[in-house]
Design a protein around this ligand. Sequence first.
Ligand code: GLU
Length: 288
Amino acid sequence: MSTPPAYRGRLAPSPTGYLHTGHARTFWIASERARRAGGTLLLRSDDLDSTRFRMDFAQALLEDLRWFGLAWSEGPDIGGPHAPYSQSERRGLYRAALERLRDLRWVYPCARTRRDVVEAAGAPHEGGADDEPLYPAAFRPDPSLDLPDIDGAPGVNWRLRVPDGEELVFEDARLGTQRAVAGRDFGDFPVWRKDGGPSYQLACAVDDAEMGITEVVRGEDLVRSTFRQLLLYRALGVRPPGFYHCALVTDEGGVRLAKRHDALSLRALRERGVSPQEIRAAWPPEGP
Ligand code: GLU
């Protein structure tokens, strides 16, 4: 019998603002799960969003996470066997994955604008923060058409063709069995954007696979993204990690903390003299 690989988890913050207590809670749970499993935890900076990314946020988040009591054994600040740990420095890997997806005919170029898709999709689609309108199957090119080279099709998005009608299933370590139907709950989604960079879905799946992550811990607003990423794992021929989706914390008014960057940032709390222990004591208990 082969022994399962040792637990490897990750913290994957986006340096687009100061971290708030909702992020800290997700990262704390990720860190506790790695610790209890006797595993390792790495930190990856998801800094691909060049319009919102700021270097000072990238520095601040490392500092804030350390102050909060989190530790990692690989990361942009300390290196490690899977360096670099900042997505902006890993573009070659994403490009290679796109080439592979193209060669295997999982993807196609798409010149439609977001507006075209929104208009054709009609009513807004229910879903989490990651959600996007359902891509109409009528927009798809004929699968037998020749695909251009990637460099021969500038200024287009590349989308993954989802297997329509197939039910995808995964076992979430907190939420239990999760199901979604491709083509109904989510449609063809971008893996590469017309500005020449990978989508979150592609970068995340490529990195989690390359970094040997065995369990992804993140907010439950990303459950639908997990289905998309499962298709990417399949297309790229790699074994997917396990998943644990945490509850999202809301304030007294029911507003998700992720939407509030003000008073609940770790920085602001720290300046007011609040300790990490007090922040943790205010969280609801984690459970299904
Ligand atoms: N950087 C992403 C975020 O902050 C990470 C999502 C993930 O953990 O996959 O939302």
